[in-house]
Design a protein around this ligand. Structure first.
Ligand SMILES: Cc1cc2nc3c(=O)[nH]c(=O)nc-3n(C[C@H](O)[C@H](O)[C@H](O)COP(=O)(O)OP(=O)(O)OC[C@H]3O[C@@H](n4cnc5c(N)ncnc54)[C@H](O)[C@@H]3O)c2cc1C
Length: 339
């Protein structure tokens, strides 16, 4: 198991709150790192609605979720902070006067923690059909990775949300064939992407099977060779030759082991005070994971809470550093005249 270097602030969660917390840690001149269970930064914005516009983030009349993530990542990387993706935090220990966060493969010593864990660690919702289980990683992929790996392949996408439509639109003309399968004709995807896919279907460049679900997986020479789809109403089946199945059924989330860290947790939310303290020394929380009277689960609220949590953490680690950060517009770290 790898043991990483001791840092000042470890942020659990690379959603908007965690990304802004990392920026703030850098601005305050302390070392930081982000740990996230997902393969990409951005939290709910990346996992659940990358193609949706957001209208209530200060300074933007409207911004695509994925563009907001990109801006937050760029802003927060300017201090070279570290990020550890695909790492789900499961344990918390105390050693030699500091805290240690533990994932399945690594240990992360840290002087303080900002929990920006949102609604908990996400994992892709799995296909309910038992026939699918042996094929995960061998033809069924729920972590998509590089789109180029599907070029030239016959791809079956299962789902009716943004991810299913985004990937269908993205692979039309690049995959050998794209078939989108959904168990109803109601879609939860961005209208523009639905239209794009419908046009591809009308042109004969893609197939759409509404009111269908996976019934069986076909194999040849121990490789995935196709799917059997079943119509939900008539129960009639049809075979579709395919090389790859991409289930896009959303995510399930879970606060997991964090619930056992002795924090005050009510209904999967961490109770914090106005300093974003959790009740356990050195552990602060911000964003959707927190609760207090008047709490709003919004990106804008998470940004303010991230600033409070990090400034408190900095003061807790280095009492000589003030809580109030001063004005960024006057800071030497940005090449401005220091106050
Ligand atoms: C469809 C939709 C539309 C929305 N529209 C808006 C909108 O218009 N305006 C608005 O303000 N808000 C909107 N929201 C809400 C907004 O997305 C959330 O308020 C915001 O994402 C919260 O940010 P966060 O960083 O606190 O948490 P999240 O975005 O949930 O990020 C938390 C991160 O922590 C990680 N994590 C959790 N537990 C662990 C662990 N144990 N180990 C490692 N990593 C962990 C997760 O993997 C995740 O990446 C919308 C939400 C949805 C679902």
């Amino acid at each position: 198991m790898t043991t990483h270097e001791l840092v000042d602030v470890t942020i659990i969660g690379g959603g908007p709150t965690g990304l802004f917390a990392r920026f703030y840690a850098g601005m305050r001149g302390v070392s930081s790192q982000i740990i996230d269970a997902l393969p990409e930064l951005g939290g709910q914005l990346t996992a659940l609605y990358p193609e949706k516009y957001i209208f209530d983030v200060a300074g933007f009349s409207k911004v695509l979720a994925k563009d907001l993530v990109k801006a937050l990542v760029d802003q927060s990387r300017q201090f070279g902070a570290r990020e550890h993706l695909n790492q789900r935090v499961v344990g918390l220990e105390e050693t030699d006067g500091h805290l240690v966060l533990v994932t399945d493969t690594a240990r992360f010593p840290t002087r303080s923690i900002v929990l920006a864990a949102g609604i908990g660690a996400f994992s892709p919702r799995r296909l309910p059909q038992a026939c699918a289980e042996p094929w995960y990683g061998r033809g069924i992929h729920d972590v998509m990775g590089d789109p180029a790996q599907y070029h030239g392949k016959r791809v079956v996408i299962i789902g009716g949300g943004d991810s299913a439509f985004d990937w269908t639109a993205q692979l039309v003309g690049k995959a050998a064939r794209v078939s989108l399968v959904h168990r109803s004709d109601r879609f939860r995807a961005h209208g523009a992407t639905v239209s794009e896919v419908m046009q591809a279907v009308a042109r004969g460049d893609a197939d759409l099977f509404t009111f269908h679900e996976l019934h069986d997986v076909l194999s040849a020479d121990a490789r995935l060779a196709g799917v059997v789809l079943r119509e939900t109403k008539t129960k009639l089946t049809k075979e579709i030759p395919s090389d790859v199945i991409l289930p896009m059924l959303g995510y399930v989330s879970d606060l997991g082991e964090v619930s056992n860290w002795g924090l005050n947790i009510v209904k999967d939310e961490i109770v914090v005070n106005s300093e974003m303290e959790t009740g356990r020394a050195g552990i602060y929380a911000a964003g959707d994971v927190t609760t207090y009277p008047g709490k709003l689960k919004l990106i804008a609220a998470g940004f303010g809470e991230a600033a409070t949590a990090v400034n408190q953490a900095v003061h807790w680690i280095y009492p000589e550093k003030k809580v109030a950060p001063g004005h960024s517009s006057n800071m030497a770290i940005f090449g401005q005249k220091d106050d």
